[in-house]
Design a protein around this ligand. Structure first.
Ligand SMILES: Nc1ncnc2c1ncn2[C@@H]1O[C@H](COP(=O)(O)OP(=O)(O)OP(=O)(O)O)[C@@H](O)[C@H]1O
Ligand SMILES: [Mg+2]
Length: 292
C-alpha cells in the first residue's frame, strides 16, 4: 500500500470515529451471554487515536471462547490501548477516539444503546499493578464488583469462596477473610483482583501484564490460575515475557509500530506457529529477542 492509499484509508474510517460515548437512553441490546460462561470476542477494523494521532490501525482479531490469546510486541505498539478498547476503557481518556467494531458473541459492545458499565461487567480487566481496595476486607474486595453492579445475591459466601478458589487464593485466606486487602503480598493481591473480576462472572477477562510486578513464584501461580480459569472464561493477556506467552496462550498476536507509524498486527495464529514457524521475519526476530 502506498502512503496516499494509507492516508485515504485512514480518512475514510476517520469519518466513523466514535468519541467518548454518552449513550444511556433507549433499549440496551442484550449482551446475550448473561449467565453463560465464556464468549468469543472479535475486533474488526479497529483504529484508535489520541487526539489527532493514530496509534492503532486496522486491527482484526478473533479471541476464541475459552482460549487464551496473548498480545505481544515492543513497548508503545498499542497493546494496552487495544486491550482497553476491548472493554470500553479507551473512551475514558478525554482525547481518545476509535473506529471499527468489537463484538462479544456477535453483539456490538459499542452499540449506542449499550452501557459501558454493562460491557465492563461482562468483559473484566486485571491490571499490571495489583489494585485491590487496601482498606477493605478480602471478602468485601471480592464482592466489590457485585456491589458496584448492584447485583443482589443471597449466596455471597458461596460467591466469595468460588471466586477465591478459581483465583487460587482460597486456601491461603479462607480463615482470614476479614483481613484487609492491603495486608496481602503482591502476588496474593493480584489473585485477589482476579477473584474480584471473576465474582461477577465475566465472559472475558483482559489482563495487562498481570505478572510484571511479581516475583517468579507468584508469576507461576498466576499462570496456573490463568490456565484453570480459561476453561470457563475467555482470556486475553498482554505480556512482554515470551516464555509466559508460550506457557499460557493458545493463540498469539504480534503487534508492531515502526518509525512513529501506528501499531498493527503483523501476524496472529496458534502460539506454537508464531514462535516456531512465523511467516514474517520480524515476528521471528521479536520472539527470539533480537529486538524490542
Ligand atoms: N492517554 C494517552 N494519551 C496520549 N497518548 C497515549 C495515551 N496512552 C497511550 N498513548 C500512546 O499510544 C501509543 C500506544 O500506547 P500503549 O500504552 O497502548 O502501548 P503498549 O504496547 O501497551 O506499550 P507498553 O508495552 O510499554 O505497555 C503510544 O505511542 C503511547 O504514547
Ligand atoms: Mg501497555
Amino acid at each position: 500500500m502506498t502512503m496516499s492509499d494509507s492516508m485515504a484509508n485512514t480518512e475514510t474510517v476517520a469519518t466513523d470515529r466514535k468519541v467518548a460515548s454518552s449513550a444511556s437512553a433507549g433499549t440496551a441490546p442484550s449482551l446475550r451471554i448473561d449467565g453463560v460462561s465464556a464468549a468469543q470476542l472479535e475486533s474488526v477494523g479497529i483504529h484508535a487515536w489520541f487526539g489527532e494521532r493514530l496509534v492503532l490501525e486496522n486491527v482484526d482479531l478473533v479471541m476464541e471462547r475459552t482460549k487464551v490469546t496473548a498480545l505481544i510486541g515492543p513497548s508503545g505498539c498499542g497493546k494496552s490501548t487495544f486491550l482497553r478498547i476491548l472493554n470500553r476503557m479507551h473512551e475514558i481518556v478525554p482525547s481518545a477516539s476509535l473506529a471499527g467494531r468489537v463484538e462479544l458473541d456477535g453483539d456490538d459492545i459499542y452499540d449506542p444503546n449499550q452501557r459501558a458499565a454493562t460491557v465492563r461487567r461482562h468483559i473484566g480487566m486485571v491490571f499490571q499493578r495489583p489494585n485491590p481496595f487496601p482498606a477493605m476486607s478480602i471478602r468485601d474486595n471480592v464482592l466489590a464488583g457485585l456491589r458496584f453492579n448492584k447485583i443482589r445475591s443471597s449466596h455471597k459466601d458461596e460467591i466469595v469462596e468460588e471466586a477465591l478458589v478459581k483465583a487460587g487464593l482460597w486456601s491461603e485466606v479462607k480463615d482470614r477473610q476479614g483481613a484487609l486487602g492491603g495486608a496481602l503480598s503482591g502476588g496474593q493481591q493480584q489473585r485477589l483482583c482476579i477473584a474480584r473480576a471473576l465474582a461477577v462472572k465475566p465472559a472475558v477477562l483482559l489482563m495487562d501484564e498481570p505478572c510484571s510486578a511479581l516475583d517468579p513464584g507468584s508469576t507461576l501461580r498466576i499462570e496456573q490460575t490463568i490456565q484453570e480459569i480459561a476453561e470457563e472464561v475467555t482470556v486475553v493477556i498482554v505480556t512482554h515475557n515470551m516464555q509466559q506467552a508460550l506457557r499460557v496462550s493458545d493463540k498469539t498476536a504480534f503487534f508492531l509500530a515502526q518509525d512513529g507509524n501506528p501499531g498493527y498486527i503483523v501476524e496472529a495464529g496458534p502460539t506454537k506457529e508464531i514462535f516456531e514457524s512465523p511467516k514474517d521475519p520480524r515476528t521471528a526476530d521479536y520472539v527470539n529477542g533480537r529486538f524490542g
